[in-house]
Design a protein around this ligand. Structure first.
Ligand code: NAD
Length: 366
């Protein structure tokens, strides 16, 4: 099969790094790469050439690509260039917004959305959400440390002692746990909470304190995702948040609800009571944000608090993010690409769940 790689117009990452290009070629495929596709992730055209990829311009890449993998969905006009029966792989987030899925479904392509891969053990090695979330959790703490006008670790100097920064992590999933670990490594005092009971042990195993709010709904049937909480729980949670948040120097929020807007955890009133100079990094900003004052893709200062809204922080670590993304893509491709030939079994749970459109119809939810 001919596999295409293009330059992501709005992102520093690239979906397939030269190492994967080489593997795919060894497995019996051809790889066609847009010139400069890996440049912003520090993978040069020479690296792709050495891997055996053919370098051409963007439209040539799209015209030849029987399989095209991208980080974000392409612009609608570019679909016209792809072969009519192409396999399109990207993250469409159909649960959150159906628009991009409707666009691609007007073509006959078989389209897979990586964010729809089920969270089962078998699919862990293909889980781009987890690998990117882990990088984002790390980067969120680095970014917060950069904006905080204080030290993170405790310092004992001849000029006096400095207490450690207090970090609160809201949502202790993949991103949250990485944020906890990174904030601990930088020497701060870390607290975290989550509605999932399983998170308590994970938070504590990293040496942080778990903030307990009794009475959360923890639905195991939701496949590893959190569920909407009762009004009574939300009230109790917000009281606890005020208590902890007002003492924090840094808050990292990562709470997400699949297919729904992110839950509001930090209201405007909480921000007003926070210490001057404190920092909030809201990783849920693209789905509405966990802080009421977050502006997606912006850094704003409100009531003396710096609020950073960014759900794509993994793009700021493009070299390693692309490397991990590529590994995930490779494991996904292996489910239907055998020795350079397509063997798509739509009864396969992973393919069935992630195929969002084919033959001009939306398949998601069917
Ligand atoms: P996510 O990005 O959907 O959400 C982030 C965190 O926010 C979750 O831990 C969630 O419980 C929490 N949250 C949601 N609403 C909240 C609220 N109101 N208050 C506080 N916290 C709230 O989740 P994620 O990080 O991608 O994954 C969650 C869990 O799923 C992981 O910790 C893991 O156990 C499991 N998982 C399994 C697989 C797999 O088996 N393939 C892959 C990834 C994750």
């Amino acid at each position: 099969m001919k596999i295409g790689i293009i330059n992501e117009k709005t992102d520093h990452r690239v979906a397939i790094v030269p190492d994967l290009a080489k593997r795919l070629i060894n497995e019996g495929n051809e790889v066609i790469a847009e010139k400069g596709c890996g440049e912003s992730a520090l993978y040069s055209d020479e690296d792709y050439q050495e891997a055996g990829a053919k370098l051409v311009d963007r439209s040539e890449t799209l015209k030849s690509a029987e399989i095209i993998c991208t980080i974000f969905p392409m612009e609608k006009e570019e679909y016209n260039l792809l072969p009519a029966d192409a396999i399109v792989i990207s993250s469409y987030q159909p649960y959150f917004s159906i628009g991009k899925t409707e666009e691609v479904a007007t073509y006959k392509f078989t389209t897979f959305s990586l964010d729809m891969i089920p969270r089962i053990t078998l699919a862990q090695a293909m889980d781009v959400l987890s690998s990117m979330a882990s990088i984002a959790g790390y980067k969120a703490v680095i970014l917060a440390a950069n904006h905080l006008p204080k030290y993170f670790p405790m310092m004992t100097t001849a000029a006096g002692s400095i207490p450690p920064a207090k970090v609160l992590v809201m949502g202790a999933g993949v991103a949250g746990l990485q944020a906890v670990a990174t904030a601990k490594r930088l020497g701060s005092v870390v607290q975290a909470f989550d509605t999932r009971a399983a998170a308590k042990e994970e938070v504590e195993s990293l040496g942080a304190k778990f903030v307990e709010v009794e009475g959360a709904t923890d639905d195991k049937a939701a496949g590893g995702y959190a569920v909407e909480q009762t009004e009574e729980y939300k009230k109790r949670q917000s009281e606890k948040i005020v208590e902890v948040a007002v003492k924090a120097d840094v808050i990292i929020t990562t709470a997400q609800l699949r297919g729904k807007p992110a839950p509001t955890l930090i209201t405007k009133e909480v921000v007003e009571q926070m210490k001057l100079g404190s920092v909030i990094v809201d990783l849920a900003s693209s789905t509405g944000g966990n802080c009421e004052l977050t502006e997606d893709q912006k850094t704003v200062v409100k009531h003396g608090v710096t609020i950073i809204g960014n759900s794509e922080l993994s793009a700021d670590v493009p070299n390693h993010a692309s490397q991990l993304f590529s590994k995930n893509i490779h494991n996904f491709l292996k489910t239907f690409l055998k020795e350079g030939k397509l063997e798509i079994d739509m009864e396969n749970e992973i393919l069935k769940s992630s195929c969002i459109a084919s033959e001009g119809e939306i398949r998601y939810g069917k």
